[in-house]
Design a protein around this ligand. Sequence first.
Ligand code: LLP
Length: 428
Amino acid sequence: MNSSKPFHFAGHDTVALAQEYGTPLYVMSEDLIRQQCRSIREALLEKHPGSRAAYASKAYLSMAMCRIIESEGLCLDVVSGGELYTAREAGFPMERIILHGNNKSEEELTMAVEFGVGRVVVDHLEEINLLEALAAEKDRPMDIQIRIVPEVEGKTHRHIMTGQKDSKFGIPLVPEVIEKAVQSAMDSPHIKLKGFHFHLGSNLFQQEIYVEAIQRVMKLCHHLKQTLGYEAEEINAGGGYGIRYTEADQPQPPSWYTDAIMETVQKMAKELSLKQPNVIIEPGRWIAGEAGITLYTIGTIKEIPEVRTYVSVDGGLPDNIRPALYNARYDAVVANKADQPKTQTVTIAGKCCETGDILIYDLKTPPLERGDILAVLSTGAYGESMANNYNRLPRPATIMLKGEEVRVVNRRETYEDLLRREREADIS
Ligand code: LLP
């Protein structure tokens, strides 16, 4: 395991981290997260007063992350009672929360009213009535956005496309349907309709679809002003900015997206004689993705002559379901052999009883042996947050690096953790 130059991530020797904290291990860098937040602020918030950026917490959420996002001055997008509860327990200011969901329960909406969240993004006409009733009960005013479907298709995996007509999210872009929703919000005394929301999909490397969607929403705003006298104060353009998983990806800075969005908003507002709405964005992956890696220990190595060599690691599908779910591609480095020439091509397999549990096909590596440490890159988004216990594998620990400091922000699950709910059920 000796190497003259182990792989370093955010200034830390990853081989030493694996030795100290065990594997599989999620490693997040607070410095990198803050750097991403900073460039979002520079791209949008500092250039355009009144604009806001909400980190989409589904990408990676912990109380530690809430505190980082809070101190960076961003808002937080949550999509369930669980995410909302986590934010509140972390002391995140509730007025900076945006609550999403295509099927929010009455319990979740009640939490939103009681906690006083900043925005509820209403996904369906019925939800306006339900929210009005709950807000009236507590006599609390609620600010909402209506999520619409702009009917714009992003080039991404089918499972993470959301802007197209055939979607479970949002209200279709049919003027009569939207008019009904807007009218209903205007008639609800406890509800204030602040504007509209759309989200086109995830891991997108296109600018033109944001432009297209904004044009459609601005035209809708114009129509609503004419028909109902309603003028939107804000447009939420969702998230979706793509990141680098492998060398094939060419990520853009956030300004590439936000400049196009802002230019279109300004231009359309002028053309249509509308008050310029404030813009909100909701990047998730772009903030957390490249700020995280996963460390594994290599175990069994199986060579099938003229077919492939399977190199198995001590995690897999339960800690990173993305390759199995979306054919997602990752790159990885053999951390203790980072300076050795890559002389072979192998397939990195997980340890689950599942043929599809392959993390990386055709990875170039130096010669490998049991005990080597593999660092899979860009796992900070939708890794830990989508983790599960398939095969009753305990979920890994998560450590957060900050300068030279290392904090365990989520301890490794134990076998007893796996039984806890069963044992508690026995007691009751
Ligand atoms: N806003 C809304 C309303 C969303 O639904 C999402 C993601 C985002 C913002 C953030 O999108 P991002 O900037 O992270 O692309 N599990 C999938 C991704 C699902 C994303 C769902 N919504 C994956 O691992 O690729």
